[in-house]
Design a protein around this ligand. Structure first.
Ligand SMILES: [Zn+2]
Length: 481
């Protein structure tokens, strides 16, 4: 029954200020209420899904959601709107947003060796949420910024291609302190024990992280690698704590084989159907076009855009989806933006592709940019090709930009159009064999390094009958055109 003081107390606890942390029992100064925290996660979630993409496998998504709910349900905050998603991203990563939104990449799932390890990852991320780590680090001023999305130095249309993460995303991925990471490890171990999984298995994740290269990890993974303290140091701490942790099942769960079987057929590594480079030439099989980027420019392909930066970092070229009914309509709305001065419009097709192109000058309080933009209508998709530089650099860069914009062309080579990503194949040995023998049989002899890493093997060990291996197959790109 709710007495009046009870209601008041509840209101106080859920409002901002100094409150008892549900997971750690410590008093914690926080300016954000639980409702605000949930709101923040709920607003950022579609943005994560849009920029990184969901892995298109409903049974795997349902598996992760079910497993995550099981873990979260036994924490100190079982009633948050817990949401677990597998992202279609090859990098090894996992992260959490305030309010109970947890993401793991297909890249990290491919590299985990058991359900217990996955529960450990989920437990660690859930720990960041139950201990309100990101929340307690945000000031009210920062919160206001998240709402406003401030920090734009260019007009929105230009800014989104400048490779600048929006202010709100930066804030959501505030780096956790070492203490926060240790606490999340501790909570992960605690939650593994409560769910009946062997908590010592989390140390295997740390061992895996030390063995992956920076390339596999990616340049700016928000969690697990770039922001996490040295995995070697954490491995022993986890083992020590695990030995003292009570587990709700005897024997504790590990679940290696059925976990690995779930990965059968999973996309592995970069997906070339979303576009790939051969030298400076970009091919996009799904959208069936090719484009030459300038020699010497540094290129980058993401789900949002393909970009290239000039060697002196004074010019940017970006290819992305455009908005508008026709190239001409899209161009006119682009040129109508405040601060824009438009040059003459050309509606000449580019290599047979309907297009609208113009030079422009864009003036803001930060200075003046010169650039050239083309909108193209290719097989029902409207694309925007944009190159620009500060006015002082434009004369030196506009030739390269013009050449690139003029190189857009339909992709017709079947070998490129039909390219497929590598996939994990799960193989069960019917009799004992050496690793190299098995790989030769599978036509994957040149992938022994990768297979060792994926399966936590060393050298060329004899493998007993019944061994379950995951082997990347396919995904080989055709030679240069
Ligand atoms: Zn963490």
């Amino acid at each position: 029954m709710n007495t009046l003081p009870g209601v008041l107390l509840l209101a106080l606890l859920s409002s901002t200020g100094c409150a008892m942390n549900p997971a750690t029992g410590e008093r914690q100064f926080t300016l954000m209420s639980e409702a605000q925290e949930i709101q923040m996660g709920r607003e950022a979630d579609p943005e994560i899904v849009r920029t990184m993409g969901l892995y298109p496998d409903e049974s795997l998504q349902a598996y992760l959601q079910g497993l995550g709910e099981q873990v979260a349900g036994l924490t100190e905050r079982p009633n948050l709107p817990w949401t677990f998603r597998v992202l279609d991203d090859p990098l090894i990563n996992a992260f959490a947003l305030p309010g109970g939104y947890i993401y793991v990449t297909r890249g990290i799932m491919a590299h985990l060796d058991s359900e217990a390890e996955l529960v450990g990852i989920l437990g660690h991320e859930i720990g960041h949420v139950t201990a309100r780590h990101s929340v307690s680090r945000m000031s009210r001023a920062q919160l206001a910024q998240v709402g406003l999305g401030v920090g734009m130095i260019l007009a929105p249309q230009l800014q989104q291609w400048a490779g600048l993460a929006s202010a709100s995303m930066e804030l959501l991925f505030l780096k956790f302190s070492r203490d926060d990471e240790r606490q999340a490890d501790d909570l992960g171990v605690r939650y593994m024990g409560r769910t009946g999984y062997d908590p010592a298995q989390l140390s295997g994740v740390m061992a895996m992280l030390t063995s992956v290269t920076a390339e596999e990890a990616g340049p700016r993974g928000p969690e697990w690698l770039s922001t996490h303290p040295n995995p070697e140091n954490r491995e022993q701490a986890i083992l020590d704590l695990a030995a003292r942790t009570e587990v709700s099942r005897d024997p504790p769960l590990v679940v290696h084989e059925s976990y690995v079987r779930r990965l059968d057929g999973m996309t592995y590594g970069e997906n070339p159907r979303e576009g790939f480079f051969r030298g400076q030439v970009f091919h996009h099989p799904d959208l069936a076009f090719s484009l030459d980027f300038p020699q010497g420019w540094r290129t980058m392909n993401s789900k949002q855009a393909v970009q290239a930066l000039s060697p002196d970092q004074d010019a940017l070229l970006a290819l992305s989806l455009g908005e508008g009914a026709t190239p001409s309509a899209a161009l006119r709305s682009f040129l109508a933006e405040e601060g824009m001065q438009a040059g003459p419009i050309s509606e000449a097709a580019v290599n047979g592709v309907p297009a609208a192109t113009a030079d422009f000058r864009f003036t803001s309080s930060d200075g003046t940019l010169d650039g050239r933009v083309s909108f193209l209508q290719h097989r029902g998709t409207l694309l925007m090709l944009l190159g620009y530089a500060p006015s002082s650099a434009w004369a030196a860069r506009q030739g390269a930009v013009r050449a690139s914009l003029g190189s857009f062309r339909p992709l017709t080579d079947r070998r490129y159009l039909d390219v497929q990503p590598a996939r994990l194949k799960v193989v069960t040995l019917s009799r004992s064999a050496s690793l190299s023998y098995v790989l030769d049989q599978e036509g994957a002899g040149d992938r022994i390094e990768e297979v060792r890493k994926l399966n936590r093997l060393e050298g060329n060990p004899p493998l007993p009958a019944g061994t379950v291996l995951r082997i990347p197959v396919g995904g080989v790109l055709p030679g240069e055109l």
